[in-house]
Design a protein around this ligand. Sequence first.
Ligand code: HSE
Length: 402
Amino acid sequence: MAKVAILGYGTVGSGVADVLDINAAEVKDSAGEAIELKYILDIREFPGDKHEKQIVHDINIILDDPEIDVICETMGGIEPAFSFAKSALEKGKNVCTSNKELVAAHGPELVELAAKNGKSYLFEASVGGGIPLLRTLNDSMRHEKIDSVTGILNGTTNYILTKMDREGVGFATVLKAAQDKGYAEKNPEADVEGYDACRKIAILCSILSGKHADYEEIYTEGISRISIEDFDYAKSLGMAIKLLAMFRKNESGVVSMVAPFLIPYENPLANVNGVFNAINVHGNMLGDVMFYGKGAGKNATASAVVADVIEIVKHGDGHINVNMKAEKAHLAPKDNVVRQFFVRVPENDKNQALEIFGHTVEEIKGTNVHGEFAFLTSDISEKDFEEKLWKLDSVKGYLRLF
Ligand code: HSE
């Protein structure tokens, strides 16, 4: 029997306990032996909880117990999770986690530390919640030359954009309703400004490059400036608006970015709605593969953590290779990426916009928007676009076309 500990009895941690309880037979069948939850570390007490007796407040009880094989770190944040993960690996424990902040910031060095100690550091739940993405990339698709990944990696923003699109309600109102229902955090910045999606695509960039992609080098725009007028135009264009996180690899290197995009309805990503996540991966031999599922939520995320526990138990002694090294990955700036852009300016600035972007732009009419000039540029580089955008006296909005 394998024995595990959970660090942090919050949403994901209690979900891990539930998966181990409710699916005990399936977990045993998959792992080849039963998996017992021995400890739960938390600063709080949980009187009356079914796992009340397993609650401990001192990490050393877990680290010093030779029976513990696997530690599930579901605390979130950098500290003390980072120190606990390091100590656990140094003490010969395997660690699996849902902690995207920690994996984005220190995942590669923790993988190296795990390798050095002949143990494993796995983090399936850190990207795409319950979607079995990382192991598939690291394992079944490892032999592919992957040149592109495009993902909807944040459920909160996808929920907000879906509501704005379907109900014609503005960003602030939808965000407030989402917060009231507990779908969005009280401090929504990490989600709505794209930082969460940025960390997740950085983790994917690290796995795909085999190095450490620094999330601070990934250009990131969120959705807080998207308005219902943008959706009006999007409908005229036959497109949805989605916050996309991207990885592109070509002869000049790797480019990654996060931004809201207009995406044609024919593209399956345009039809991913509500809190769902989806990731399209393109491999040179395999072609396109699409992953779709719950990118957040207690049970889905916990299921992915337990999948890591099972992988470790099945593997037995020794390190499970994860394609990540602490060496820094080189990410190219997005400057040379060429695409079309959608721009809105006040009607009075139409002539200025035509002078700057050229008379070949295609005017777009909204159904209910007046007093504006909206247009699609021809193909133009990110750098050129930025320079032209700065020359405009006033910009009411802009979006990239996928
Ligand atoms: N805040 C995240 C989201 C939770 O909305 O997708 C899952 O990482």
